[in-house]
Design a protein around this ligand. Structure first.
Ligand code: ATP
Length: 239
């Protein structure tokens, strides 16, 4: 299990952004993290993947543990070695490289299984196989998002962290991303899913958390969140 306990994160030594967040991602599950803009969702993802440093952020209290072992002082590379990998936003792919080269970059830590992992990616994303020799910069937004997820999967993570994979995508593509997350989870990968699209996220999650100004304000099974009046009103627009 991946777990944040009473986590406090500060940017630039002064700006307190996470104020004692506790969240659990049990192995095998899909956990959804919801919250308005600026609530701290991306910050929490960065803390899990070790990317806070790059943004002048720091854990000032609490811990992140993997199966009980603290990991919040490790570098992103060491955290990835432990099986935790964040799919960076679609735009962060390497635009001058081909689709396949991007995937190979993602798989460098597992050289012996490169072929197998490429095949797995192409099975999950047939579209990427069709375009494997093209420059990644020419992919559509949805395809770039898929490439970003595929690249993360190439390192065979046990925990996949997805930050708004459906952002800016047309409804049909959102549906495709949703189905893919379900499939990836069924194949054994645990998923922490940050989403503005609450109905999509909760429809596939086992458990959900709602973050508000750096604090967890709800922590419930996804089905209970879907039935909650406040969630229906504020996040699902069903008030
Ligand atoms: P969004 O959905 O808009 O991405 P979020 O819930 O992911 O929001 P964060 O991006 O984690 O929220 O931001 C939380 C707060 O931290 C915001 O007030 C933001 O301005 C601030 N913040 C984020 N990154 C930095 C940084 N590198 N330096 C200083 N402040 C930051």
């Amino acid at each position: 299990m991946l777990e944040a306990s009473n986590l406090e994160v500060v940017y630039d030594d002064v700006m307190l952004v996470l104020r004692g967040v506790s969240l659990r991602v049990p192995k095998g599950q899909v956990v959804a993290l919801l919250g308005a803009n600026g609530a701290g969702k991306t910050t929490l993802m960065r803390a899990f993947s070790g990317l806070l440093d790059v943004h002048d952020g720091k854990v000032t209290k609490g811990s992140i543990t993997l199966d009980g072992e603290p990991i919040h002082k490790l570098s992103p590379a060491r955290i990835a070695d432990r099986g935790i990998k964040q799919a960076l936003e679609g735009r962060r792919i390497l635009a001058e490289l081909t689709v396949e080269e991007n995937l190979k970059v993602g798989g460098h830590a597992r050289p012996k299984r490169l072929k197998q992992n490429l095949d797995r990616c192409y099975e999950l994303f047939p579209r990427l196989q069709e375009r494997r020799r093209q420059s990644a910069g020419y992919l559509s937004g949805g395809e770039q998002q898929m490439l970003s997820i595929g690249r993360a999967l190439m390192s065979e993570p046990e925990y996949l962290l997805l930050d708004e994979p459906s952002l800016g995508l047309a409804p049909l593509l959102v549906q495709q991303i949703r189905d893919l997350v379900v499939k990836i989870n069924e194949q054994g990968t645990t998923v922490l899913l940050v989403e503005q699209n609450a109905s999509m996220a909760l429809s596939i999650a086992d458990h959900g958390y709602v973050l508000e100004t750096g604090k967890v304000v709800m922590d419930k099974p996804a089905a209970a969140l879907l039935a909650d009046d406040d969630i229906r009103e504020f996040y699902l627009g069903l008030g």
